[in-house]
Ligand binder design. Structure first.
Ligand code: NAP
Length: 319
């Protein structure tokens, strides 16, 4: 009798995911191999499935060792570290975890926006340091009646917009295509939108197509009273330009969950109290991470059962 199918785990998985995957697969954790290249060269030909995440992805250097690979199940909705078009061309289906994290990531965007505008971290320090006994904290910026522009009004972007509505804003958005049936003002040009808003919320995918969409021109259009909230990908914002603009006072504030070279964060940002920094935790609650893990293993299990998947990435939707 043939043994179980073999799965390569790139990155780490929870105990619940490991248990679920063990029903169909013998799981090999790449991080446990001392000589990863040697292990792949020796064993790669037996691998039919990969479980990975948005951070680790699946590099061409790994994929070249896996001639029998049929499925890559990615933990996370962003899959910019997997060449999905190349996988589809090779007959490999790529899945991700959309929708189950929309609410959580939208909550993180609101959290960052409120924390940044109201200087939550600075004021918390004001209490802890005892400085409150010497005087009140300086005034902050209201989140009421702001002009908010959303860069990427997709699944998560729309959830963010829905939450922002309670703060009586003017909402507009930029993406490549105007969304039918949406009442928010659409801007085909991001710089033009940036001129008309005071708060820019970035929630597009990463990858080459969105790299540095928020460049110096956009940052300067936003201006000294402007705030950038980034919960999409660090690569979407020209980080060096953003840091310099914050130093120069050409940009007002920033709330950042994502960075260009994670987990490295520019030193200058760490000293600024008009900046709120999070370690890429947009979806990182127990509940949402469990739902994401279940979708990762659900895609794998369904594929092994009947060759179909629950949530393919768009490039693999018609395979
Ligand atoms: P989605 O539904 O595919 O929405 C993406 C939006 O971005 C769409 O409105 C799309 O509109 C727009 N877009 C794509 N490429 C663009 C471009 N080149 N220029 C301008 N707009 C562009 O995706 P989602 O589920 O909302 O997720 C969005 C991203 O959020 C993910 O890909 C991931 O990178 C990030 N994310 C981050 C975290 C975190 O922990 N911080 C968690 C989850 C997701 P058009 O196609 O019309 O351009």
């Amino acid at each position: 009798m043939a043994g179980k199918a073999e799965l390569l785990l790139i990155g780490r998985a929870t105990a619940r995911m490991m248990d679920a995957m063990a029903a169909d697969f013998t799981v090999h954790a790449l991080l446990d191999q001392e000589d990863q290249q040697g292990w792949l060269a020796e064993n790669g030909a037996r691998i039919v499935a990969i479980a990975t995440d948005g951070h680790w992805g699946a590099s061409p250097e790994v994929l070249q060792h896996l001639p029998k690979l049929k499925i890559i199940s990615c933990y996370g909705v962003g899959y910019d570290n997997i060449d999905a078009a190349a996988c589809a061309a090779r007959g490999i289906v790529v899945t991700h975890t959309p929708d189950v994290l929309n609410a959580e990531v939208a909550n993180t965007a609101i959290l960052l926006w409120l924390a940044t505008s109201r200087r939550l971290i600075r004021d918390d320090a004001h209490v802890r340091s005892g400085n409150w006994e010497k005087g009140p904290a300086p005034l902050t910026q209201s989140v009421e009646n702001r002009k908010v522009g959303i860069l990427g009004l997709g699944r998560i972007g729309q959830e963010i917009a829905r939450r922002i509505e309670i703060f009586s804003p003017t909402i507009s958005y930029h993406s490549r295509n105007e969304k039918p049936g949406v009442s928010y003002r659409y801007y085909a040009d991001l710089t033009e939108m940036a001129r008309d808003i005071d708060t820019l919320i970035c929630i597009t995918p990463g990858g080459a197509a969105t790299r540095h969409l928020v460049d110096r021109g956009v940052i300067d259009a936003l201006g000294p009273e402007g705030t950038i909230i980034n919960v999409g990908r660090g690569t979407v914002v020209d980080e060096a330009e953003m840091v310099q603009a914050l130093i120069d006072g050409r940009l007002g504030a920033a709330g950042l969950d994502v960075f260009e070279h994670e987990p490295k964060v520019p030193k200058a940002l760490k000293g600024m109290d008009n900046v709120t920094l999070l370690p890429h935790v947009g979806s990182a609650t127990v509940q949402t991470r469990q739902a994401m893990g279940d979708l990762v293993t659900g895609n794998l299990a369904q594929f092994m059962r009947d060759g179909t998947v629950i949530s393919p990435v768009p490039e693999c939707a018609n395979m």
